[in-house]
Design a binder for this molecule. Structure first.
Ligand SMILES: NC(=O)c1ccc[n+]([C@@H]2O[C@H](COP(=O)([O-])OP(=O)(O)OC[C@H]3O[C@@H](n4cnc5c(N)ncnc54)[C@H](OP(=O)(O)O)[C@@H]3O)[C@@H](O)[C@H]2O)c1
Length: 339
């Protein structure tokens, strides 16, 4: 039985799980409506995307297995989107999909496995999504982490910058061919970026590891890159904004060691995950943000970012460094976005 991603307990569910590949909405709620749940891990059967999915706007949410991302995915499903839930853990993603299916009868969901600390998996995710969906309307770059220790991925990148900044860069670039006018890119930043410093020549913290700096720098890099996409996509009808969701009691609260303890002590004063999803959802869905691009948004609305984010020379250096680290040549945009 799938686990509740928040409580870690089995979900009491009357969903019919079709071998993990599809499920129906709960009996008694519009039970004739089918949700589409597709696991796209290599080797797993791919059920066809239903006609319903084809006629809906398509949203992609990374890190949708828990925390703020799960609620963002729920909100987009509730708004009638076909939602691609991307993440690294099939069990948690499936549990999140089932949870959303309970809450949004008739929703259309798709689960995509990808460990986004690995750029090859970010590239593969973009290829699978563009292969199945001719159009992508919303991309929420939500998956994020911090780490007390410096760790390198199998590709040789430091994992925090890889997940928080490099993977979104690869994913945006890979999905652009499917983005049409009206599409929105929403990056989940953090107010730790407000006072962060940016060492473009040491994005991977090879010289010295300070975990707060590494996280804050990665979020500042994400913000500057998202502004970079906004500028490059001006006139194409695609907007790109960064959102600080607030201080939210999420998976961080369950972290081990002193970081987790500090968050648990603060938990009563933090936003709930549902509250943390509200600003990202507003930026992703509201007419208020249809034409806003390159903004840094907090709960009260667009705010001034770290002054470093307004330095065009620094932004250009970061863009080049990010291209070098990812192997993405993002100066020339892919075909669809060029038009
Ligand atoms: N909580 C806050 O106060 C706060 C404040 C500012 C910004 N943020 C940002 O908000 C975003 C969401 O974080 P959260 O607070 O909701 O934390 P969370 O509960 O830890 O959720 C993080 C999500 O990212 C996924 N993820 C982690 N590593 C991944 C990987 N290698 N590949 C793919 N997915 C991965 C997690 O999947 P698993 O289920 O597999 O772990 C989970 O779904 C992050 O970008 C975070 O930096 C949070």
């Amino acid at each position: 039985m799938p686990l509740d991603p928040i409580k870690g307990k089995p979900l009491k569910s009357n969903l019919l799980n079709g071998g993990g590949l599809g499920f129906q909405t709960p009996a008694g709620s519009r039970g004739d409506v089918r949700s589409t749940l597709a696991h796209d891990a290599p080797g797993l059967l791919k059920p066809p995307i239903s006609q319903t999915a084809r006629s809906r706007p398509v949203s992609v949410v990374t890190g949708a297995s828990g925390g703020i991302g799960r609620w963002i995915a729920e909100g987009l499903a509730g708004a009638g989107h076909h939602v691609v839930l991307a993440g690294r853990n099939e069990r948690r993603l499936s549990a999140a999909a089932e949870w959303i299916g309970h809450r949004v009868p008739g929703c259309s969901l798709q689960v995509e496995l990808a460990d986004l600390t690995l750029l090859a998996e970010a590239r593969g995710l973009a290829e699978r999504i563009t292969g199945r969906h001719p159009a992508v309307d919303v991309l929420v770059n939500n998956a994020g982490m911090f780490s007390a220790r410096r760790r390198q991925t199998a590709e040789g990148h430091e994992q925090v910058i890889a997940l928080n900044h490099l993977a979104p860069f690869v994913l945006v670039h890979g999905l652009l061919p499917a983005m049409r006018a009206g599409a929105r890119i929403v990056s989940i930043g953090s107010d730790t970026s407000d006072r962060a410093r940016l060492h473009v020549d040491d994005l991977e913290s090879r010289r010295r590891w300070r975990f707060v700096h590494a996280y804050a720098q990665s979020k500042l890099a994400l913000l500057i890159a998202t502004k970079g996409w906004a500028q490059r996509l001006q006139g194409k009808g695609i907007v790109a904004n960064t959102v600080h969701p607030g201080a939210v009691a999420t998976g961080l609260v369950r972290a081990r060691g002193p970081i987790g303890l500090a968050w648990r002590l603060m938990a009563p004063f933090l936003l709930t995950e549902e509250q943390g999803a509200r600003t990202p959802l507003h930026v992703a869905l509201s007419d208020d943000f249809a034409a806003v691009t390159g903004a840094y948004v907090k709960r009260q609305g667009p705010v001034a970012p770290n002054p470093l984010a307004l330095d065009p020379a620094l932004a250009a250096r970061l863009w080049s460094a990010t291209e070098a680290l990812t192997g993405v040549r993002a100066t020339a945009l892919p075909a669809r976005a060029e038009r």
